[in-house]
Design a protein around this ligand. Structure first.
Ligand SMILES: [Zn+2]
Length: 426
């Protein structure tokens, strides 16, 4: 079986890449495969393994003040700046072997492929393992990429985990330096590429090789609370009830209907979900007096999320009036803006895939990624590889060795092209 995917004269070794993925998968909580939570002893063990592999590949290894593990291979003309490739090695509880890890190992494999072919680039290459892309025990995600882009705010360092340790102290524990976070901010990276499993079924269902990510969704979480009156479920006539849940369920149905309409009418990606719905007092024989929900709305177009919020505000107010309950003002719990991938990088990746005879699709990312923060630092792009049935954040997560190698070859070819074509400062 042909297991090497050639990027012109330099080839990615699919077997070597796969062996690394499986070796990292072994570093897991044995009771909860595959778990390597950020900041945990297992996470640090995984990083020691990675650091060794980075060093074996000829990279100089360091941890930056934001806790990112970085392997660096100086270029022939280091003044040109850095081309960076990477993702994250932490997992969710009972997560998979590929989410994030595939992108880190891809970076490592690219460096080895270049070395094996005796190719040295003009630009310096860095392989980055971002700290804590998944929500950490401190309640914050994308800690490393926030740090690299200047979005790790001082107040965030005071967030605590379940045993009361601050993120500030946690950062120190993983080799970061919370007192000098400014030094983690980068201005020398000229391009960044992240390879990631799609975590969806689009590529697999269309039998496509790679997805070229157009943009990463922004996520707005909206809290809506309806307040009615708790009354006896047997003695209160229907016409005299103030049932908070009735307004709530009609709003849930509205969220679904409006999201479907927006996704249909607009070219842009739009999805919305009510994932939290609680009622009080929550007894079979009592009319619900309070209903709280949290809407998670995601889109690549900021204007759509504003319009959605306005419509939901109006409709939920109407449903409250119809059910004779009150509705508190909508509360925006969190609001991350969408991030666009760089058009030039997208074109380079598209061209690279074509040169490798791989099929591609422009695709929006419905999940958040470190790349969203890296777009604030430098031109950034993402390559998606298909994963089985779109399953992710579960032990069943799976991507074929050849599929990952194909994506890695696209990244390798793109890095080589960028090394020649990136604008050079005179
Ligand atoms: Zn990920």
């Amino acid at each position: 079986m042909e297991r090497c995917v050639a990027a012109k004269d330099v080839a990615v070794d699919a077997n070597r890449l796969w062996a690394d993925l499986m070796a990292l998968a072994e570093i897991t909580d044995p009771r909860l495969p595959y778990t390597r939570r950020s900041f945990s002893p297992l996470f640090l063990e995984g990083r020691r393994w990675l650091a060794e592999k980075f060093a074996e590949a000829g990279l100089t290894v360091r941890t930056d003040p934001a806790g990112n593990l970085i392997g660096q291979l100086p270029g022939k003309l280091p003044a040109l700046g850095v081309i960076a490739v990477g993702s994250h090695s932490d997992t969710v509880p009972s997560g998979g072997r590929f989410d994030g890890i595939a992108g880190v190992v891809n970076g490592l494999e690219i460096v080895r492929a270049l070395r094996d072919a005796h190719v040295r680039l003009d630009h310096t290459i860095e392989v980055i393992d971002f700290l804590a892309e998944e929500p950490s025990e401190y309640g914050l995600s994308c800690i490393g990429s926030r740090g690299m882009s200047g979005a790790l705010e001082p107040r965030m360092l005071d967030m605590t985990n379940s045993v009361g340790e601050t993120l500030r102290d946690g950062l120190r524990r993983v080799g970061g330096d919370p007192d000098h976070l400014d030094a983690a901010r980068r201005s020398d990276i000229e391009a960044f590429i992240e390879l990631h499993i799609e975590q969806g079924i689009v590529l697999e269902s269309q039998s496509l090789d790679v997805g070229i990510v157009t943009a990463i969704v922004g996520i707005r979480r909206i809290e809506i609370v309806f307040v009615g009156e708790a009354d006896h479920a047997g003695t209160t006539p229907m016409a005299l009830r103030h049932d908070a849940l009735v307004a709530g369920t009609r709003t849930v149905a509205a969220v679904r209907r409006i999201a479907e309409q927006m996704a249909q009418e607009e070219q842009d990606y739009f999805v919305a979900t009510v994932g939290v719905l609680t009622i009080e007092p929550g007894a079979a024989n009592v009319v619900p007096s309070r209903c709280r929900m949290v809407i998670d709305a995601r889109t690549t177009n900021r204007a759509l999320i504003e319009r959605f919020t306005q419509i939901i505000e109006r409709e939920s107010g109407q449903h409250a009036a119809d059910a004779r309950v009150s509705r508190a003002p909508l509360a925006i719990l969190s609001d991350g803006p969408p991030a666009s991938c760089d058009p030039t990088l997208r074109a380079v990746m598209e061209q690279s895939a074509r040169e490798l005879d791989l099929t591609t699709l422009d695709i929006a990312s419905g999940a958040g990624h470190d790349t969203a923060f890296m777009t604030r630092v430098c031109p950034s792009g993402m390559v998606f590889v298909p994963c089985r049935q779109g399953k992710s954040h579960s032990p069943e997560e799976w991507a074929d060795a050849d599929a990952i190698a194909a994506g890695a070859a696209v990244v390798l070819q793109s890095v080589k092209t960028l090394d020649r074509s990136l604008p050079r400062k005179s």
